[in-house]
Design a binder for this molecule. Sequence first.
Ligand code: COS
Length: 384
Amino acid sequence: MDFRLSEEQALFQRSVREFVDREVAPHAATLDATTTFPHETLRKLGDLGLTGLGIPPEYGGSGGDNIMVAIAIEELARGCAATSTVYAVTLSLCTHVIWTFGNEDQKRRYVPALSRAEKLGCYGLTEPEAGSDAASLKTRARRNGDYYFISGTKQFISNGDQADTMILFATLDPSLRSRGITAFIAETRQPGYHVLKVENKLGIRGSSTAAIALENLEVPLTNRLGDEGEGFKIAMQVLDWSRIGIAAQAVGIAQAALEAAVSYARQRHQFGRPIAEHQAIQFLIADMRTRIEAARLLTYWAADLHDRGIRHTAETSMAKLFASEMCEWVTSKALQIHGGYGYLKDFPVERYYRDARITQIYEGTSEVQRMVIARETLGRRSGS
Ligand code: COS
């Protein structure tokens, strides 16, 4: 058992951190204030090969493992949570989905441009009436010859208004629930794909979240991922790895909050000395760091199991549950350490506090993670 990063992973972490400190973090407050999508940063992430992590070079990628994906998301989130969302969605919820479940033709047609960030991806699972209960989705796919025609509404789609490619889930027969769901690679730049609304959010404001209407969207048979009826299992397996990214994002946001709190506590004087010399602050800092490290270990553990091809449904949900709840706690304490100044836009902690909140909601709420962990622990017959 070795809890250290490999030399390659550690070097990768340092270089991503340097890039983020130089090119990403300085823009985070402006993206947040102006709700600006980070197109420019995405292009740079493409140039660096980060949007092709986990994909071999012959498909436009830069290789690497899932621990490196977690590191990249964590480091990006430490600088700008919104940018890490845009990145994690296109990589984990689109590129890796086609890479894992696509046939050779689909990989050749889609993976290289996505890996190089020439194209952007999104994931169309959630609907207005199908959030936690994903199997109840109503978007219909009807086959006619060599095409499917897909109609319905998708909700809370990260990158939905910006993406070129959507991993789209639709049902051929809603009465079959999960067994009627099929996955498709859909192209968004065509008639039948309409952006209904871009949401105004509490946090991760530089990322976009859209409601999408699909009106007889044409998808060729050659763009079906897997067989008819296999879509729900694909969706769940994807979440088994993509939720590791949300855990990593939570760790990154919390790390940024801890660093801000440490720096503030050293320079802020009260009662004749830096507040870092008061035990009330020291104990908070100690608890913050301990919880962050515990979440980081859970996150890397789940990523490592994924790299080893070992089933990790419970481990992923534990990492996501613990890291996201930790993140809210840590960012709240960091804000508290800043006192009144923490409540102001002049310091970044109020943004960390707002950005933290979504990690307990998207890609499965904390309640869904508890359901999954309980089922994995007690078995399906427990009635949960
Ligand atoms: N890997 C592989 N297969 C899985 C799986 C997994 N992790 N989880 C479930 N399945 C399979 C089951 O084995 C079952 O297969 P059979 O039909 O052969 O029996 C099928 O999928 C249906 O599973 P289940 O009955 O557990 O589905 P539920 O409707 O009870 O839903 C939850 C389970 C709640 C876990 C699921 O709907 C979920 O994750 N919801 C949250 C969705 C989400 O995260 N949305 C965020 C937006 S997407 S970014």
